[in-house]
Ligand binder design. Structure first.
Ligand code: PEP
Ligand code: MN
Length: 272
């Protein structure tokens, strides 16, 4: 029997973050800066991505950088400004936690906890976020097998937390021209096997902003439930990941094109 390519025969579960459903019949866009740099920076970026149609804002408080000399994020200095900006924009926030002690510190103003690529194998952290009800965005380790990634979800589920969204963010391969290699195999495979929502991070996958829109469209066509994209008011001045960040105008253009593609695919952008 022929099956409709856009109607796979499994049901993805829906994960609710604030007023947004990830994994439902509509597509979700998460966008924002790699890290929060100041109140003005976070306010401007949140407002711009919201205006362009993003559903959730992403922004790092604690950054795990390869170099210990590099900007490590504002940490607790960002707490008050986040609360203020969220009050203005009303946008739910996705942010990475790197240590179980941070769960309590940011519980009231971070709506979805991101577990970053470097911590996908940090089973004690996974167990801790399994004990809470907050939605979890579990990024794939950059050298993790699909099977290891799926098994990592069990550590979160063990404690009773089923609100998991997976994120393919590119893996390390022999290729060095791009930052990582986007593995769309993984997207279609884990969606079918786990029935969890799966989103793609095209920014970390390719590391080069000029190609982020194409990977976003490809992700939508692959059946991913959404994307998480880095956006910065002045990418060349960003304190982290500027090379892969879109400026406001390029993000807006990408959203207009994505909207057309999603309509053609029969899976529109989620209405806010
Ligand atoms: C990020 O989202 O800014 C990030 C650090 O991602 P990853 O853990 O995928 O490298
Ligand atoms: Mn980043």
């Amino acid at each position: 029997m022929q099956t409709d390519m856009m109607q796979p025969e499994f049901q993805t579960r829906t994960v609710k973050v604030g007023n947004i459903n990830i994994g439902g019949p509509e597509f979700t866009v998460i966008a924002g800066p790699c890290s929060i740099e100041s109140r003005e920076h976070f306010q401007q970026t949140s407002t711009a991505v919201k205006k362009a149609g993003a559903h959730l804002v992403r922004a790092g408080i604690w950054k795990l950088r390869t170099s210990a000399e590099a900007f490590q994020g504002l940490g607790s200095d960002a707490f008050d400004l986040i609360k203020e900006v969220k009050k203005e924009t009303g946008m739910p926030l996705v942010s990475e936690i790197t240590d179980p002690r941070q769960i309590e510190e940011v519980y009231d103003f971070v709506d979805m906890f991101q577990i970053g690529s470097r911590n996908m194998h940090n089973y004690s952290l996974l167990k801790e976020v399994g004990k809470i009800k907050k939605p979890i965005l579990l990024k794939r380790g950059f050298a993790a097998l699909i099977d290891e990634w799926i098994k990592a979800t069990e550590y979160i589920r063990m404690g009773g937390n089923d609100n998991i969204v997976l994120c393919e963010r590119g893996i390390r391969t022999f290729e060095t021209a791009t930052r990582n290699t986007l593995d769309l195999n993984a997207v279609v495979y884990v969606k079918a096997r786990t029935q969890l929502p799966v989103i793609v991070d095209p920014s970390h996958a390719i590391g080069l902003r000029e190609f982020v829109p194409q990977l976003t469209y490809a992700s939508a066509a692959s059946g991913a439930d959404g994307v998480i994209v880095e956006v910065h008011p002045q990418p060349d001045k960003a304190m982290s990941d500027g090379r892969q960040s879109l400026n406001f105008s390029d993000f807006e253009k990408m959203m207009l094109q994505l909207d057309k593609i999603l309509n053609a695919l029969g899976r529109p952008l989620q209405k806010i």
